[in-house]
Every structure is written in C-alpha cells, then in structure tokens.
Design a protein around this ligand. Structure first.
Ligand SMILES: *[C@@H]1O[C@H](CO)[C@@H](O)[C@H](O)[C@H]1NC(C)=O
Ligand SMILES: *[C@@H]1O[C@H](CO)[C@@H](O)[C@H](O)[C@H]1NC(C)=O
Ligand SMILES: *[C@@H]1O[C@H](CO)[C@@H](O)[C@H](O)[C@H]1NC(C)=O
Ligand SMILES: *[C@@H]1O[C@H](CO)[C@@H](O)[C@H](O)[C@H]1NC(C)=O
Ligand SMILES: *[C@@H]1O[C@H](CO)[C@@H](O)[C@H](O)[C@H]1NC(C)=O
Ligand SMILES: *[C@@H]1O[C@H](CO)[C@@H](O)[C@H](O)[C@H]1NC(C)=O
Ligand SMILES: *[C@@H]1O[C@H](CO)[C@@H](O)[C@H](O)[C@H]1NC(C)=O
Length: 588
C-alpha cells in the first residue's frame, strides 16, 4: 500500500476478503444429493447420527440439549435430485407428543404442524400468482375506497394510507405497527395472544383500558371482521412508508385482505387453495384449523382446548398447517418456477430492503441471510421465512444458487414453549453450516467431472481450449481457463490482458431449458489487495460487476463461452461466442 497519511490512518479498517464474483452460483447446481458418492448425503448422515446419538442418550452433546423435550421434523429438497425430498429427512418425537392424547404420537413427513409465520411467504406467493403486477403498487386507498376519508393531516399520528401499497406491506417496510387491535395485548385479545396466566396491566404500570378509553376504536371485534374494519382500528404508524423495515403481522393480515378484495375470493383459504395448495397437490396443507378432536394426523403441541381456534383474517399472517413433504413441494415449485414465470421468480428472489446489518436483508415475504463460504469467500443468499408463535416454530429456506432448500418444523409442550425458538434456530444453523459447504463441494466435483479437460476444434489441433478445476481455497476457486489457442494463436493471453489478470474463471450465466446448452462468463480473478476506504474497496473487489463482459467483437462478448451438454450433464463441446459458432469437441 502506498504510504499516504490516509492509508496509514485507515489501514486497520481493512476487512477480511469477501469474494465479490458475479452475484449467483460459482457452479451449475449439483444434481446428486443422495447417492453414496454425494458429499451432501455423507454430511447429512453426519448431522442425523449426531442428533440420534444425543437424543437416544448414546452420546450426550451439551450443545444439543435444547432439543431434549422438543418434537421436530427436518427435510432437505432439490430441484435436480427428486430423491432428496423423500430420503433426506429426519424426525424426532419428544416426550409430550409421544404421550399426547390428541393427534400423532410419532412424527413423520406427513405429520401436520402449525408453521405460524412461515405462512407470510406463502401469502406473497399466492399474491404474485393471483394479482396483476400493477396491483402491487396501488395505494390501499384505491383498493379500499372506504378508508380514503380516514384522517391524514397529522403524519405522526395518522397512517398515510394513500402511500401504502401491497408491495410495501409484503416487503415489511410499510411502517404500520406490528400488531393492531384486536390482535394486540389489549383487553379484547385473550383468545389470541395472552398467556395462560393473564396479568392485570395496572400492576405493570400500564393504564387500565376499556373499549371506552380515549382514542380506542375497534370496529374489528374478532378474527372474522372485514378488511376495512381492521384497517380503521390500526393506530399510529411506527415509521413512514419505505423508511425502515419492521416485522409486522399487520402487513400480512392486510395483504390477505387485499388479495381477497382484488380476487373476489372472500376467505384466505379460498385463494391459498386456488393459487398454491391445489396446483401443487399439497393435500395435507390448509389455513383452516382442524375442527374437532382427536385431530388425526396433526401434531398437537399446545393446549388441546385451543387447537381448533380458527384464525379468520389472521391466517394470511400465520395460519398455515403443513407437513415436511408438502413444504418440499412448495419450495421446489418456487425454485423451479413451476407456477410463476422464471423472470418473475428471479425478481422475487432479490432483496427489496437492507436491514441495519450487512448480512441480513428483506424481500417480498423473505428474510434473506447472506452466507459467506469459508473456503471460496463467495456469498450465497438464503431466501428464508421463519415462523415462531405459541408452541410452534419453523423455517422454510430456499437457496437459488444450488436449486436446493430445507425446512425445519418444531413443536414443544406447554412447559417448554419457549425452547421452540432456540431449537429451530439451532437446527437451521446446523443444517446450513454443514450442508452449504457440502453443496459447494458437490457442485465443484460435478463441474470438474463435467467440464474439466481439453476441447479440440474439428479437423485441426491448432485450435484447443483447456479447462481445469481449481479447488485451492481462495479467490481462484472455480473452473479455470488454462489455455485457449485459436488457429495457433494464444487467444487466452488476449482475453487475460483485456481483464488485467492472468486467471479467468467461468461463472454460470445462462441455460436453454430445451437444448440444455449453457452459457458461462469468464470472470477475472483479481487479488483483493489493500484499499483505503469504501470507494477503493468497491473497485478492488467488484471487478466482475464492473467488467460485465465489457468487450465485444463483432457483436459477441469476448468472455462468453457456450457449452453443449449431454443428458448426463457432461459437456460435449465448447463454443467461445466470439468465434461465431466454431465448435471445440471435448476429447476423451
Ligand atoms: C461428524 O463429523 C465430525 C467432523 O468431521 C466428526 O468429528 C464426527 O465424529 C462426525 N459424527 C458422526 C456421528 O459421524
Ligand atoms: C422443473 O421444471 C422443468 C421444466 O419445466 C421440468 O421438466 C421438471 O420436471 C421440473 N422439476 C421438478 C422437480 O419439478
Ligand atoms: C402422560 O400423560 C398422562 C395423562 O394423559 C400423565 O398422567 C402421565 O404422567 C404422562 N406421562 C409422561 C411421561 O409425561
Ligand atoms: C369466525 O367464524 C367462524 C365460522 O363462522 C367461527 O367458527 C369462529 O368461531 C369465528 N371466530 C370468531 C373469533 O368469532
Ligand atoms: C397426506 O398424508 C397422508 C397420511 O396422513 C398420506 O397418506 C398422503 O399420501 C398425504 N398426501 C399427500 C398428497 O402427500
Ligand atoms: C496435431 O499436432 C501434432 C503436432 O503437434 C501433429 O503431429 C499432428 O499431425 C496433428 N494432428 C492433426 C489431426 O492435425
Ligand atoms: C488456484 O486458486 C488459488 C487461490 O484460490 C490461486 O492462488 C492459484 O494461483 C490458482 N491456480 C491456478 C492454476 O489458477
């Protein structure tokens, strides 16, 4: 580093290198998660035997003790390995469920759990499938004209409903309060949120409340009220719209009312069924509670007396009951664009807002975790939704870079209700920290097998392309072009010179679903080096984004390479775009 006073002053700010290669996968998604040779299967078996050893008291593991009285189901799924969803599951039945007089006494892939707020992302999915794209940006006052007359002259105390849109609700950035009457902890809510042990609010220092108290307006009296009644009862905003994200059940109760209003399907269950549960044959999934004991097929974790409670308009926020097998169908459909067009899926799996932390962002219904791989430094985004209420906790996690996902569903007995959250986080950490590296290794192994080698142009051997898979930890990890000779001329040297590097790694860019032809873009490996501040860091670490296949020749990008691929995934020919259809056959 040049020793200017500035660089000396800020040198200690240098962060560990995070490789900023193009956003997206380093390799094509792996197709084998389940065979005896798969890195994923062996890591999964390591997780399940570690759990089993602890839970059967064969080998106590203090770090897992929060699971001791919990019932849970775990399941992985993959677009490209259909066997994953059925075979990579693990179920554990805790003491309360084993002994329960209601529902199942042993959990499996068809056991029906409450998944609480995992519902929110399903509500958005249904909305994306049923609404017009322009509906997402309509002010709520257009959708519900009845609320246009609500007071708005005081923006500190009055929610500006004419600025709030379904998009802002789904992205948790509407600024409306997290919970609203009657679904807050006021005097009307015993059925919904109060614990078994209600306390007198005045003993906590809160003023006594009655329906006649100043400023109380609750036209919505229970879970069956109308959207307009519910809207009218929501009091002061937390933030103005699009200022700062904040978790709010209110957002998704309202989004449910919007979907009902715009589709003409009055209940949440009708549009959930029409958009998602029906088309995906999620026959064991519903937003309606089972009506009466013995609740066959259900996991009854809490008080059996309240299990049949119908959530009414709140079910679009947290009312779904589902199974590990049905969640796999749901997740695969999202990853594989079964219901949504592929461009809309890609748009949906993007952030819509930062949060206050670097590695956590929000999307439409999504809570997005940014995982940094310890070997490659590459960032993988996990699109997730947590559920956590009462005796139930859950995660849906989808990882578009690997066309992979997993679910965690947890339930606890009444006495251990608070352990459900810690148990769900622990299980999601265990799966992600173990399986994401295994997916990296499996994808690298398959890419090496499918692409590494020498490709020779027909009829001559003065035109060759050689690829080698570099598995050395660091920013050079990946499918590397080690030689490109065209008509006896070293074309690779020219490509490297244009990118200011002597190392070019291929990143997946396009795929033709019909012919399976794949495009890759050669991206420069430029050691991150040292930098003095944010601006120099951007230029030091984002060369792929900046370069963006910048040089074209005759209209073709110099750094794009196409590969024809056989049914088993192996490349049979390489076609550097700039050579205009010239094909290099893979030699044996
Ligand atoms: C799981 O893997 C770890 C690390 O490789 C190893 O120490 C442990 O013995 C394995 N556990 C089981 C149950 O296979
Ligand atoms: C994914 O989509 C492709 C193309 O529509 C289809 O052929 C394939 O069967 C789907 N895979 C799964 C697991 O649904
Ligand atoms: C099982 O439940 C019964 C009542 O339903 C109770 O008497 C018994 O103590 C419970 N056993 C355990 C191990 O929790
Ligand atoms: C809402 O309506 C349903 C069906 O009519 C009923 O079962 C339920 O008790 C009602 N919920 C409330 C909170 O009144
Ligand atoms: C629903 O669960 C039952 C077991 O309770 C199972 O037999 C059935 O196959 C499941 N249906 C679907 C569509 O997964
Ligand atoms: C390939 O190159 C070698 C020398 O490098 C030469 O002996 C051979 O004849 C060439 N083969 C073809 C098919 O051009
Ligand atoms: C392989 O990558 C490592 C860093 O990840 C780099 O140091 C090395 O030079 C690369 N090797 C080749 C042949 O590109």
């Amino acid at each position: 580093m040049r020793s200017s006073p500035l660089s000396v002053a800020v040198a200690s700010l240098c962060l560990p290198a995070v490789l900023a290669r193009v956003l997206g996968p380093l390799n094509p998604a792996p197709v084998d998660l389940t065979s005896d040779d798969s890195c994923v299967r062996s890591k999964w078996e390591n997780i399940t035997s570690t759990l089993e050893d602890h839970l059967t008291n064969t080998e106590h593991n203090e770090a897992l003790s929060v699971l001791d009285s919990i019932t849970f189901s775990l399941g992985l799924f993959s677009v490209h390995d259909p066997k994953a969803a059925g075979s990579l599951q693990y179920h554990h039945t805790g003491p309360d469920i084993k002994n329960s007089s209601f529902g199942v006494n042993k959990v499996d892939g068809n056991s029906i759990y409450r998944v609480a707020s995992m519902t929110k992302v399903v509500t958005v999915y249904a909305g994306l499938l049923l609404l017009n794209p322009s509906d997402w940006h309509k002010p709520l006052t257009d959708i519900f004209p009845e609320i246009a007359s609500l007071p708005k002259d005081d923006p500190v105390h009055h929610i500006q409903w004419d600025t709030i849109t379904p998009f802002s609700l789904s992205s948790q950035i509407s600024g409306v309060p997290a919970n609203a009457r009657p679904f807050d902890a006021g005097e009307l809510s015993t059925a919904l949120y109060l614990s078994d042990d209600p306390v007198d609010p005045t003993t906590l220092g809160l003023p006594p409340l009655t329906l006649d108290s100043t400023g109380i307006n609750v036209p919505c009296q229970d879970a069956n009220c109308s959207g307009v009644q519910y809207l009218e009862g929501i009091q002061s905003p937390t933030f103005p719209v699009f200022q700062s994200p904040g978790y709010a059940n209110t957002n998704f109760i309202l989004l449910g009312r919007v979907i009902s209003k715009l589709t003409g399907l009055p209940t949440n269950e009708e549009w959930f069924q029409k958009a998602v549960f029906g088309p995906l044959d999620m026959a064991n999934t519903s937003s309606l509670s089972p009506t009466k004991p013995p609740y066959a097929g259900y996991v009854v974790g809490g008080d059996p007396e309240t299990f049949a409670f119908q959530g009414g308009i709140t079910t679009s926020s947290g009312g779904v009951f589902t199974t590990t097998n049905d969640i796999a169908k749901l997740g695969i459909s999202m990853l594989n664009s079964t219901l949504l067009p592929v461009d809309q899926t890609r748009k949906w799996m993007k952030p819509t807002s930062f949060t206050a932390s670097f590695d956590f962002a929000l999307g439409m219904g999504w809570e997005i975790y940014r995982y940094t791989d310890k070997v490659t430094g590459h960032v993988t985004d996990l699109y997730t939704k947590l559920g956590d209420a009462g005796n139930y906790a859950s995660y849906l996690v989808v990882v578009p870079d690997y066309d992979f996902g997993f679910s965690v569903i947890v339930t606890s007995g009444i006495a251990t209700a608070t352990e459900r959250s810690a148990a769900a986080h622990l299980l999601a950490d265990l799966i992600s920290e173990t399986i994401l590296p295994a997916l990296r290794d499996q994808a690298a192994k398959e890419t090496k097998r499918n692409y590494e080698g020498t490709y020779v142009s027909a009829g001559q051997n003065t035109s060759t392309l050689t690829l080698a898979y570099n598995q050395t930890a660091g920013d050079g990890y990946g499918l590397t072009i080690t030689s490109l000779i065209n008509n006896g001329k070293n074309l690779l040297r020219f490509l490297q010179a244009t990118q200011g590097t002597n190392q070019l790694v291929l990143a997946p860019s396009m795929i033709d679903p019909k012919t399976k032809q794949r495009g890759f873009v050669a991206t420069p490996v430029i050691p991150v080096g040292e930098y003095t501040g944010l601006f120099s860091k951007m230029f030091a670490t984002n060369s792929d984004w900046l370069n963006n296949n910048g040089l074209t020749y005759g209209g073709q990008a110099l750094d794009t390479f196409y590969f024809n691929v056989a049914d088993d995934g192996s490349a049979v020919a390489a076609l550097p775009a700039v050579l205009r259809g010239k094909s290099f056959k893979k030699s044996a």
